[in-house]
Write a protein that binds this ligand. Structure first.
Ligand code: PHB
Length: 404
């Protein structure tokens, strides 16, 4: 109940619902601008830290994390990658980012980005409450929105704010606060999922390997010198427990096999998960005093690893407009948020969809579909324009280039 008594009330300019990378980066950037926040999350810090997510950062994102003082650990523990390998019909093709578009990416797991951000918040005296429940976000259509929640010890609290940012992920409750007759939801489902593993094995290739094969898609990623992250296309209703280590290795090896004799280095599998995904966008991204950021407003399939990069772009724009709105320029400044964020969102929606469709084998595909797909792959890996297109999309679009 909205007005039931609470044990404490705090007032801050911005309340942040969701303390994953997007919510914490926003809190961090606003903190640097002298704006206090309280961030809350229903998950515990441990839960967030141990949920595997993608591991590729755009160079600009890596640069921002270092440059804004989140952490320079990325420079020590991360690895700069100047390209990827795409395998098609058993042949390897290198997409040379540096040479094609003068860009690179950083291999640095999202869980590490989260740890760095949570540590930076603690170091800077920011307020973050993990493991809360019964979250209520109230009065977002007014200029005095509130967030109420129950702390892990059972006490009830209220945050009074001028703005609430909903960075509460792909199962966002905040996005439901935009009235049904004022919002549009766009999306599509895929007839396949990813089987993801963590394995204690040495690295098999210097860069990430995206494999298209007659048996379906596979992705060979990395975590550390001794731990690897790999995925292969499976049915959405596949059960991870039904797969023995032997069967997993056999499947992965078959999908990357080729005339160059490439083989994966095998080792004990320490985690198995089936990851379902979809493409989704909700518009508008702002409703009154509520602003949506990251997965709460849009999700992409994991092919191409755009999700975190996109979320951090939203947050970068928000961290620019919110201080101006709070500093006297007024609410009108917030009108800038959605168009600036959405341009990149829809570019990334297309790219993630395109790369997913390019590399996966749809169940029930006709022989024409399969031959056409090989023709498309040949256009991508076999022409400079095709490779440059993939390289430019994959490495992200520099903010300054968006107008062109
Ligand atoms: C990962 O390392 O988990 C990863 C990398 C690239 C992707 C998706 C996931 O496209």
């Amino acid at each position: 109940m909205a007005d039931a008594p609470v044990d404490s009330v705090v007032s801050v300019p911005v309340a942040v619902v969701g303390a994953g990378p997007a919510g914490l980066m926003l809190a961090h950037l606003l903190g640097r601008a002298g704006i206090e926040t309280v961030a809350v999350d229903t998950r515990t810090r441990h839960e967030i830290e141990t949920t595997q997510r993608a591991g590729i950062l755009e160079a600009d994102v890596a640069h921002d994390l270092v440059g804004t003082g989140v952490s320079d650990r990325i420079l020590r523990d991360g690895h700069e990658h100047e390209g990827i390998e795409v395998r098609s019909a058993g042949r390897p093709y290198r997409i040379d980012f540096k040479q094609l578009v003068g860009a690179s990416t950083w291999l640095y797991p999202q869980t590490d980005v989260f740890v760095d951000l949570a540590d930076a918040r603690a170091r800077d005296g920011g307020t973050v409450h993990f493991g809360i429940r019964d979250t209520e976000v109230l009065d977002v259509a007014t200029d005095a929105p509130r967030v109420r929640y129950t702390a892990p010890d059972g006490t009830r609290h209220e945050i009074r704010a001028r703005y609430v940012v909903g960075a509460d992920g792909s199962r966002s409750m905040c996005r439901d606060l935009v009235p049904e007759d004022r919002r549009v939801r766009y999306g599509t489902e895929y007839p396949f999922a990813w089987f993801g593993i963590l394995a204690e094995a040495p690295t098999s290739a210097p860069e990430l390997v995206y494999a298209h094969s007659a048996h379906g898609f596979a992705l060979i990623s990395q975590r550390t010198e001794a731990v690897q992250r790999m995925y292969f296309q499976c049915a959405p209703d596949e059960s991870a427990d039904a797969w023995s280590d032997d069967r997993i290795w056999e499947t992965l090896q078959a999908r990357v096999a080729g005339e160059d004799g490439f083989r994966l280095m095998e080792g004990p599998i320490t985690e198995k998960t089936v990851l379902r995904f979809r493409s989704f966008v909700q518009e508008p991204m702002r409703w009154g005093s509520l602003l949506l950021a990251g997965d709460a407003a849009h999700t992409v399939p994991p092919t191409g690893a755009r999700g975190l990069n996109l979320a951090l772009h939203d947050v970068k724009v928000l961290a620019e407009v919110l201080p101006r709105a709070l500093g006297g320029a007024g609410e009108a400044v917030l009108e800038e948020y959605e168009p600036r964020a959405l341009r990149r969102v829809w570019r990334a929606q297309h790219f993630s969809y395109w790369m997913t469709r390019l590399l996966h084998t749809a169940p029930g595909a006709s022989s024409f579909d399969l031959r056409r797909q090989l023709g498309e792959l040949d256009n991508v890996v076999g022409t400079r324009a095709g490779r440059a297109y993939l390289a430019e999309q994959y490495t992200g679009w520099p903010t300054r280039d968006q107008a062109h």
